[in-house]
Design a protein around this ligand. Sequence first.
Ligand code: SF4
Length: 358
Amino acid sequence: MIYLHIPFCKSFCTYCGFYSEIETPGCYAKYADEICAEIKTRRSEFRGSLKTLYCGGGTPSLLPLNALAKILLALGEIGQGGPYEEFTMEVNPDDIVEKGVDYVKGLISLGVNRISIGVQSFDDDLLKFMNRRHDAAKAEKAVDIVREAGITNLSLDLIFGVGGMTADSWKDTVKKALDLHPEHISCYQLSIDEGSHLAQLISDGLYTEASEEDCREQYDLLCELCRERGFHHYEISNFALPGKEALHNSGYWSREPYVGLGPGAHSLSGATRSWNTRTLNEYSPEFEYLGEEEVRLESIMLSLRTDRGISAEVLRKQCDPETIERLVSEGALSLSGGRYRIPEDHFFVSDEIIRELI
Ligand code: SF4
């Protein structure tokens, strides 16, 4: 599995805590050269059974097609070129509307077979507050464009738990997203990232976080509406039509090895986790070697975030049996087919359940 980070944006979103830089003239050609050099240097690290490529950001849809083609060529030279089982590109609605159907066709000709659109909301006031570049109409137009270009595996990203968001606004957003017939929906609760503009607004007393109760209601509504439309809630924050579950992300949750390219990107190989430092131009890798205990905890945490859960035998060996039994009796864990799972109605409090177990 390969993750390619594109650390450029045109403007910064209010809540963003990711590593990203504002684009500058010539930055993409230079960046493609740096990634090609990194691919060559790290050629021995590419292994694993899943053949997926995920372009995330930042804003990957800012990357010109020729820069992406160059990177793919470098991957091909070390035997890691396409076709990939799943090749996802995160895109911003504004870029798709601006660049049009030919750009998406260009992505498809380079092997992209899945697109994830960062919609976040269909409420124009909230989009403005988030400092997103698009409005609701552009998000809908972007969906039309990627469909017209021939994309048959489309994911929409949404955000819930925004302070001041009404129940009606959220319901409208989820319904509009579902009415666009995506194959997949990812939905994350707004978090307050250190260094983000949002964190500053809070400390200036200009933003009040959504209450836990509101977040819970919004999450429950999302689960209900997705269920009604036949979506499979296969991970806490992810819903897919059957057979359209994201391969790449599922690989993360089962601790498949992956190589992350670009500044700030993480990689995993067995018990070694590494990440590139966050500076453009001269980024370099740092390593962390996980002990058996850390690998064990990580596996439990990741497995229980999914509806596959974890083998009952493994969990019983690794966690206190009394705690497991208590959680089962409270309905916070269920046991079937030899596996423990967190039931969907407890997904929202999964962090607490996992904390109790480990
Ligand atoms: S949220 Fe995404 S698009 Fe917005 S500033 Fe952060 S990286 Fe860029």
